[in-house]
Every structure is written in C-alpha cells, then in structure tokens.
Design a binder for this molecule. Structure first.
Ligand code: NDP
Length: 419
C-alpha cells in the first residue's frame, strides 16, 4: 500500500487514475496534479464514494522542476506516474531524483521546441550517427540510468500499450516461446469510428508529430528510413477485419533493438483510414502541422498547437467511438532448433471501455498498462534500481495483471505473417 502522485489529467490519466482508484489495496492514496487543476477536481468528484483510496488534487506546471520538487516534498508519494506530455519527462525525472521517488511514464522524451539550437545540435548529430530523424529517442532518458541506480530508484519508461504492452509481449514471447526471436512486426489497428471527418485518438500534437514524420525500421543492425506512409500493407485483424496499415517509426523499436541484439528486423505498422490521411496531408501542406512558431497579429503561435485547439478533445470521443482495436506483435524465431511464429495481441472494444470508464479504447489501452507499471513498482515486483524499458523485466506479473485489469490477450501460434 502506498501513495501515488499522478502528473497530468488528460485522456490517458483519467483511465489510469480510475483503475488505480479501483486498486486501492495497492494505491491507498492518489494525488492528481496537473496544469488545469479543475480537471483533477472533476475526476476526484466523479470518484467520490466509489473508492477506498484517499484522493487529493494539486495544480502544478510540470515544466518547472522547482514546482515539481516542492509538490513531491509536500505530497511525499512513493511513486510518480507521469501522464503529462513527453515534453515534461526530463523535469519530472529530475524532480524524482532530487526527492528520492520512483518514476513511471508512457512516452519517451521529445522537446516542445524542436528549433532550440542547443537541442538541435545534439539531434542532428544523433540523426547522422543513428540514421533516423524522429524528434524523440531514448538517449535522453537512458542517460539517467546510473543516477537512478545509485539513488536506489526505479524509472520505468513507456508503460503504455505501444510502447509498453508490446514490450511485455516481446519479453513474454522470449521467455515462454522462443530461444531466439529474429523478426518482430508490431501491428496497431484501430477499427474504431468516431464519426468526425478528422480527429486524433490521443493528444493531437503528439499524434500528428509522430504520424507525419518519416517511417523507419530496424534491419540487420541498422535503421532503414522511409518517407512518411511509404510502406503500406493490408492485414486481416481478428475482431476488426481487413485494414490498410502503414509503416511508422515508433519508440519501442529503438529499445527492442538494443535489448534483443539477436533480432534481425523490427517493424511497426499502424492502420489509418483514407479520410485521416487526406486531412493530415492537407493540413501538412498548408503548414498547420508545423512546430515552428509564427507571428500572427503580433502574437507568437505554434501552428500545431492552434490546430490542437480546433480539433475534438480525444477525451470527448468516448461516447461516439464504435468498433474495436487490435494491437499486438508477430514474432518469428527459433525454439529447440525449429523455426516458428507466434502472434500475441489484445482486442479492446471502444464502447465497452466507454461503459466502464467513460473513455475510448486508445486512452483505455494506454491507461491500464500505466496503472499496472505503477502497481508493479509500488508493490515491489518491479522495483529494480535503474532506468528500464518494459522488455527488460519479468513479463509474467504484468501479463497476469493485463487479464485482471481489462486487457486480456490471445496467443496465436499459427498467425498470418506480414510480407
Ligand atoms: P492529453 O493531452 O489528453 O493530456 C495531457 C495532460 O497533461 C493534460 O491534463 C495536460 O494539462 C497535462 N499537462 C500538459 N502539460 C503540462 C504541464 N506543463 N504541467 C502539468 N500538466 C501538464 O494527453 P493524453 O492523455 O492523450 O496522453 C498522455 C501521454 O500518454 C502522452 O505523453 C502521450 O504521448 C502518451 N501516450 C502513450 C501511448 C502508449 O501507448 N505508450 C498511447 C497514447 C498516449 P491541461 O489539461 O492543462 O492541458
């Protein structure tokens, strides 16, 4: 039993906090702290009478290490669950180190201002050295490993679905089905329909930055970069049906390539409908996806942030979204000298998520693993000093918790492969 501090109170946090509240045997106290404290207060009111956990709220600007340190010192949590944006990862990690508290997040660090010259210099040399141009990478957070280790603290990186569950599926496949894994295809299919011509299922700024960037995959020890949406495949998803999917760069490829050195190729595919892609292309062509500030009527605005203000709040898509998600990994490798393939996936129904927690399945499939990651650090199962991606830890308690907390999984030992 312990106290959890959650930073952020958006779509993902709302699911994670409700699941933590339902798990009051582990999370006896939950403090919800975010920039807009009114959202935290509204969630606290909605949970009143439904949980034994003591819930409090605070306002915090997580871009400020000082504010975070002051907040953590006052609240005194055992674990901080960072569900704000990737921009805040480093300030929250710094504050955890300074106050001696464990850390969990769902997305790796990316700077808000990609034109910052100091960051840009490091970024450009990384692009040249590594061979991929995404704005995010793990080097910033992996650099904290020794400091967390010597402080006796755990930092768990990427405890969402992808990354997160996909990493746990990989560790589980390696532990129970393979001696060596040679190929991994991560397939993220959203068969849900929200009825809007264009909306994103999680934070629009982060989502559009990711989807409009170059694709890439890992092959034979190096990155192969592609143009955005250059590689397209069709796949028949259990529970959803046939969908077009496109190869994207995705953060877990980087950690899986490092942690499973025997892997020959890792690819990540995500499904998109025609309407989404056409809108995105058009917005990109007119400059609305740009992260570079422009001056409009004497005020600096960032086009993608203005677009975010126009688009539906992902947290509001719950009542409208119908259909299912199917996210998982196809592994090919060898066991006892014999080549085999295994597909591990979860199917999640948007309307069932909405009925249970008032949220659509994308927030649900991220919020549940965020709670599980925080739970395993809180209860000691995954309390190992250092900075870890999820595939580095024992997958069994996480896999067991997925079934208990709403994300049951299926193992298909005869899957159709992606060419
Ligand atoms: P939302 O935009 O819905 O929520 C973000 C929350 O963080 C909001 O409550 C926001 O406050 C708060 N916030 C933003 N900046 C600050 C700040 N400076 N100080 C304090 N609070 C702040 O995002 P989502 O819930 O959709 O996503 C949350 C995280 O989950 C993101 O990092 C996203 O990348 C990640 N994610 C991970 C996935 C995975 O599978 N691994 C999948 C989907 C998302 P305010 O209300 O004031 O805006």
């Amino acid at each position: 039993m312990g106290k959890l501090l959650v930073i952020g109170c958006g779509g993902v946090a709302s699911v994670a906090i409700q699941k933590c509240a339902a798990n009051s045997g582990v999370f006896s106290e939950i403090c919800i702290a975010s920039r807009t404290v009114e959202k935290c207060d509204a969630l606290k009111s909605a949970l009143e009478g439904k949980t034994k956990a003591i819930i409090t709220t605070q306002r915090v600007d997580a871009d400020s290490r000082e504010q975070l340190v002051e907040l953590i010192d006052r609240v005194k949590p055992e674990v901080v669950l960072n569900l704000a944006l990737p921009y805040q990862d480093l300030t929250v990690m710094d504050a955890c180190l300074e106050t001696g508290v464990h850390y969990v997040d769902t997305a790796n660090y990316e700077p808000e201002d990609t034109q910052d010259p100091e960051w840009r210099k490091i970024y450009e040399s990384r692009c040249e050295r590594e061979g991929f141009t995404a704005y995010f990478d793990y080097s910033w957070q992996w650099a904290y490993r020794e400091r967390f280790k010597s402080a006796g603290l755990t930092a768990l990186l990427g405890s969402g679905f992808d990354p997160g569950v996909t990493s746990v599926f990989t560790a589980y496949a390696k532990k129970h089905y393979f001696d060596e894994i040679h190929y991994i295809d991560i397939l993220d299919c959203n068969g849900g329909d929200h009825g809007y011509p264009f909306a994103t299922n999680f934070n629009p700024e982060i989502n559009l930055r990711e989807v409009s960037a170059n694709g890439s995959y890992w092959e034979d020890g190096h990155w192969v970069e592609t143009r955005p949406m250059e590689i397209k495949r069709e796949y028949e998803f259990d529970g959803v049906g046939k969908k077009d999917m496109y190869l994207l760069h995705h953060e877990e490829i980087e950690s899986l390539a490092k942690n499973l050195p025997e892997v020959k190729r890792i690819r990540f595919f995500m499904t998109f409908g025609e309407s989404y892609l056409t809108h995105m292309k058009c917005l990109e062509n007119v400059g609305m996806l740009s992260t570079e500030p422009i001056v409009y009527e004497g005020r600096k605005i960032v086009p993608i942030q203005f677009l975010k203000a126009l688009l539906p709040d992902p947290a509001s898509l719950g009542p409208r979204t119908k259909g299912k998600t199917n996210i998982g990994c196809i592994f090919t490798g060898v066991k006892d000298g014999v080549e085999k393939s295994v597909y591990i996936y979860n199917i999640c129904d948007h309307q069932e998520c909405y009925r249970e927690l008032g949220s659509q399945a994308i927030s649900y499939t991220t919020g549940v693993p965020a709670m599980i990651g925080a739970m395993l650090v809180m209860n000691g199962s995954w309390r190992v000093p250092g900075v870890y991606n999820l595939e580095e830890l024992d997958p069994d308690p996480f896999m067991e918790a997925l079934s208990v907390w709403g994300l049951p999984w299926t193992v298909d030992e005869n899957p159709k492969l992606v060419d």
